[in-house]
Design a binder for this molecule. Structure first.
Ligand code: IMP
Ligand code: MG
Length: 170
């Protein structure tokens, strides 16, 4: 495995994203929606880098089986606990690949009439996009390849790595 981003690179980027979000919502009351499971470590660090009051909730969707290529099928596994109507919402994703997961989630959440809806992703594989969707806050832009660590998995493995690594092509 090749290390792409060190723990220090990640910490610096998470601080930058936290500062950007804090600056955009000076009044606070932001509702962060973590997309499980991949974003759990990212959101844990990110909320501590945001200086304004935030609230956290989680959803779980699945677009991947045990494969490393998108199936194109998005499944709702866990819904939000809270209402997002008239709230400022920021979706927190680990990585955007085809964009299908996020497109489905944004569509579902827009129907509940949030005041605003933005997206923050740690990693963006923009060249692999199959649907036109963009994040408002991007940590790192990467090329093709499958990455693991810092919450991201391959078949549930490697989430515990403190760095972000590129898996060798199989
Ligand atoms: P999309 O619907 O194709 O954009 O897929 C997004 C989801 O697939 C992400 O939230 C991840 O859970 C997973 N995923 C996509 N690429 C990678 C990767 O390189 N490593 C780990 N998970 C990935
Ligand atoms: Mg995910």
């Amino acid at each position: 495995m090749k290390e792409l981003y060190s723990a220090e690179d990640i910490a610096t980027t998470v601080q930058r994203l936290g500062a950007e979000i804090s600056a955009d919502y000076p009044a606070g009351n932001v509702l962060l929606i973590g997309v499980l499971k991949g974003s759990f470590i990212f959101i844990a660090d990110l909320i501590r880098a945001i200086a304004v009051p935030t609230v956290v909730d989680f959803v779980s969707l699945a677009s991947y089986g045990s494969d490393t290529a998108s199936s194109g099928i998005v499944e709702f596994r866990k819904d939000l606990d809270m209402s997002i109507t008239d709230r400022d919402v920021v979706i927190i994703e680990d990585i955007i690949d085809s964009g299908r997961t996020l497109e489905t989630l944004c569509h579902l959440l827009q129907q509940r009439r949030p005041r605003s809806l933005k997206v923050c992703t740690l990693l963006d594989k923009h060249a692999r996009r199959e649907v036109p969707i963009a994040a408002d806050y991007v940590g790192f832009s990467i090329d093709n390849g499958f990455v693991v660590g810092y919450g991201l998995d391959m078949d549930e493995r490697y989430r515990n790595l403190g760095t972000i690594c590129l898996l060798p092509q199989s």
